[in-house]
Ligand binder design. Sequence first.
Ligand SMILES: [Zn+2]
Length: 116
Amino acid sequence: MSKRFDQVKKQLLQLRQELMQDVSSSYETCREMGQDGVPDIGDMSSVAYSRDVLFNLSETQRQKIHDIDVALEQITKGEYGVCMSCGEDISPRRMEVRPFSRYCIECKTDIEKFGE
Ligand SMILES: [Zn+2]
């Protein structure tokens, strides 16, 4: 395997670990919120709201973890940095900003518009 992606791989693995920690601490917070007795109506709506926010947050994080896993797999296969839709190289600038990008900017725009 080429050494070219060693740095990226390290970066991805660290990012993944941080996300995993965030997700599990969100779950902890959710559980704690559900455990303190019977809240009055006002509290209940704010608890429900916080739960939604946390749930969506962890949903986004889970998606990100998945993206990172795919990127790691692509490194292993030597396909890292290649758009999964059109097969063109993704611009290095884009990979730098978001090291787990799966699509070039053109395809990403299309996917956001028309779905995967
Ligand atoms: Zn593309």
